[in-house]
Design a protein around this ligand. Structure first.
Ligand SMILES: [Zn+2]
Length: 342
């Protein structure tokens, strides 16, 4: 069994990357090898992005909606069939010609639990008891068709733990060849405390043994063959956009100024929660899962402008979580080094 985390990277809405070359350069300089770029449709410059990323050893997983945030009944076969056909057409027409490294998707229900377009009883009950079984049924229908049409295409299922934790075990029946990307790990006041939720507060309570147990179960849900990914929140500067990725005359410095306050807040948060984060990362690093990936959600974060210290600190922690917080902070080089980058 190898100890450690295999792949590190970023998750972002592609339309909020203002200079994708610098973005990828900064990834490469930081030793990151995976990026999820989320769009409504393939960006016009996808080929160039992919080629550039590959030269830097970065794999691009293209993310798009498989009914996420759309009116859908997860229990209705016709809805699954409709989305199956939509998804197949988008992959056939737009992504397959690129030879994609991977496709990420999210279906409705796990983030906004129970929002059934028909307000049906099954979905209502699932919202209380966990939407896992409905998620597996609905997503499984589409996955089966995609894998038949595109064998070998890497798929990653974005799942929000908040929507499925009460029916967690049901996800065991999701195709083991499909990566599960755990998102929106619930934060304080919810069923499990994991550092780095959306709405964070550095003074909130610490990780508990139940947290670590849950993370361990996530890493071995489908046995030692598990291919697992986590999206660590806490760095969103703003919500995303579906626009193409840009390489234009944006004043990055002015844009970065708008969000500097968010990053400043994150410094204290990340340093204060570092011991909690390390405890969680150690569980991931020790797990026997076949493949382990951790991405930071840096939405609209101006990563192309600067490799911000809070994110660099967390990457440093992920690289070797078997250290004390002080050692990791020292190894991350301190805030001054990276703040001076541009
Ligand atoms: Zn329904």
């Amino acid at each position: 069994m190898k100890e450690g985390i295999d792949h590190l990277g970023l998750w972002t809405w592609g339309g909020r990357v203002f200079n994708w070359q610098r973005y990828l350069d900064h990834m490469s300089r930081s030793g990151l090898d995976r990026v999820v770029l989320w769009h409504s449709k393939v960006p016009a410059n996808a080929r160039a992005i992919l080629d550039y990323a590959h030269r830097l050893g970065i794999r691009v997983w293209w993310g798009f909606n498989w009914s996420w945030n759309s009116p859908v009944c997860l229990n209705r076969e016709a809805d699954a069939a409709e989305w199956r056909d939509k998804v197949l057409k988008i992959i056939d027409d737009e992504y397959a010609p690129l030879g994609p490294d991977g496709i990420c998707f999210q279906v409705g229900g796990t983030e906004f639990g129970g929002a059934c377009r028909l307000h049906c009883e099954t979905c209502r009950k699932a919202a209380e008891e966990g939407v896992g079984p409905l998620f597996v049924k609905f997503a499984g229908h589409i996955i089966e068709a995609v894998r038949k049409a595109h064998p070998g295409l890497y798929l990653s299922a974005g799942v929000h733990l908040g929507g499925v934790h009460r029916s967690f075990e049901s996800l065991k029946s999701l195709d083991p060849g499909v990566n599960i990307m755990w998102e929106d790990l619930p934060g304080p006041g919810r069923h499990i405390e994991v550092p780095f939720a959306y709405d964070w507060d550095p003074d909130e309570s610490a990780v508990t043994p139940a947290t670590l147990d849950m993370v361990e179960r996530m890493c071995s849900l489908r046995g030692d063959a598990e291919d697992v990914a986590f999206v660590i929140k806490g760095f969103p500067c703003h919500w995303g956009g579906h626009d193409p990725m840009l390489l234009e005359e944006f004043d990055l410095k002015a844009l970065a100024g708008v969000y500097q306050g968010k990053w400043d807040q994150a410094v204290r948060y990340c340093e204060k929660r570092l011991a909690d984060a390390l405890a969680v990362f150690r569980v991931i690093a020790r797990s026997p899962a076949r493949s382990k990936t951790v991405l930071l959600l840096v939405e609209h974060g101006l990563w192309e402008y600067r490799r911000y210290y809070p994110a660099m600190l967390i990457f440093e922690a992920l690289r070797n979580p078997f250290r004390e917080p002080g050692e990791v902070i020292a190894a991350a080089g301190g805030i001054e080094t990276l703040q001076g980058e541009p």
